[in-house]
Design a protein around this ligand. Structure first.
Ligand code: PLP
Length: 383
């Protein structure tokens, strides 16, 4: 059998990771400013994380959700403590898309309604409903164009007020739109959305799969708006590479009978990874570090004259240019050994480094970027 070849690949095989660095099979060292789609939160192969997961693997790696698993309660307790939302309830799954599917289902069950409002340029995952609520037509098949979903532009309150009616079960928005190219919902917009959904009995779902877990300089990006969503979805940074996702459910929502379930969700090994991540985030003040190094990086990036706009918060940053960034990213990787991300917006580089980076790594990235941009300018001048 051969691989079902769906991904475009860089010709690199990685064999080792250590904090913000990854190594290929020839021993070449790379600076990781992308964390494999924003997954690495506490740094590659953090020793405490490795020890906790190894210990659990030696003890018991899996049993299904038909027995008491105290690790789930421990993870929920730690998440409540570290995120400050200790009155919420946690439902565990295995990925971001699954978390959003579960949140949408909870919303439909809770309201008895069937429609969804989502945002233009938004992304919520590849499963049927999550991709239908996403605005990436190239990821859609005819099966994913559902009339129960209406998309409205971000930060346009009038548009969402117009779209709202008594059939809408949920409004789903990203804490910061990631794949789109790092676009933030304004504070006033989220505040108004929170009021609007409360007054219409609609569930507000904050998709924090990419922007959560300290990525944007707060535990969840929506904290900048001071709101309390009905449902919060999370995944990427939650397991630092171990597949785990979750939905934090507000205290006023009772667990629905029969609607939810997962064979793997909340298994022992996943919980041990999730607990280890939260321990390290707290112990090493990684949310604060993300805010601090993120501001430093953004200040440095503002100085780069070729950059048209710098967007984002914490260590979730978009750098937009006047031209497609494909070549810059390739040169950063091949000439300076720096991994970065792209976005649906073709002129934007997306930065999602591990939350543990310091000024040294930030400076290393800025130096490499300036070098690539200067070389590019000179090439244009010579030709
Ligand atoms: N939601 C957001 C905001 C994402 O960025 C992603 C993935 O990039 C997802 C959901 C889907 O997560 P997963 O790939 O774990 O299903």
């Amino acid at each position: 059998m051969k691989r079902f070849d769906v991904y475009p690949l860089f010709n690199i095989e990685l064999v080792k990771g250590e904090d913000a660095y990854i190594y290929d099979q020839d021993g070449t060292k790379y600076l990781d400013f992308y964390s494999g789609h924003g997954v690495i939160s506490i740094g590659h192969s953090h020793p405490y994380y490795v020890e906790m997961v190894s210990r659990q693997l030696n003890q018991l790696s899996f049993y299904s959700n038909s027995i008491i698993n105290p690790l789930q309660d421990q993870l929920a307790k730690r998440l409540g403590e570290v995120s400050g939302l200790d009155d919420y309830q946690l439902f565990l799954v295995n990925s971001g898309a699954e978390a959003n599917e579960a949140a949408l289902k909870i919303a439909a069950g809770q309201t008895g309604r069937r429609k969804i409002i989502s945002l233009e340029r938004g992304f919520h995952g590849r499963t049927a409903l999550a991709i239908a609520a996403s605005d990436n037509s190239k990821y859609h098949t005819a099966m994913n164009d559902l009339s129960i979903i209406q998309k409205v532009p971000i930060n346009d309150l009038e548009a969402i007020e117009k779209a709202m009616n008594e059939e809408v079960a949920a409004v789903i928005v990203e804490g910061i739109q990631g794949i789109a190219g790092i676009y933030e919902p304004e504070k006033e917009y989220l505040e108004a959305l929170s009021r609007l959904t409360k007054s219409t009995g609609t569930m507000l779902i904050l998709d924090e799969v990419q922007s959560g877990y300290g990525r944007a300089g707060k535990f969840y990006a929506f904290e900048y708006a001071g709101i309390k969503p009905d449902l919060i979805t999370m995944a990427k940074g939650m397991g630092n590479g171990f597949p785990i996702g979750g939905v934090a459910v507000a205290p006023h929502i009772a667990p629905p009978p029969n609607l939810l379930g997962s064979t793997f969700g909340g298994n022992h090994l996943a919980c041990s990874a999730g607990i280890a991540v939260l321990d390290v985030i707290e112990k090493e003040s990684l949310v604060e570090n993300s805010a601090k190094i993120g501001s430093y990086l953004i200040d440095q990036l503002q100085e780069i004259k070729q950059a048209k706009e710098i967007r984002g918060k914490g260590l979730m940053i978009g750098i937009e240019f006047d031209f497609p960034i494909k070549e810059i990213r390739n040169k950063l990787l091949t000439e300076h050994q720096v991994f970065t991300g792209n976005a649906a917006q073709p002129n934007t580089i997306r930065l999602l480094p591990p939350l543990s980076i310091g000024e040294d790594e930030a400076n290393q990235f800025i130096k490499a970027l300036k070098h690539v941009l200067t070389a590019q300018n000179e090439a244009v001048y010579i030709s």
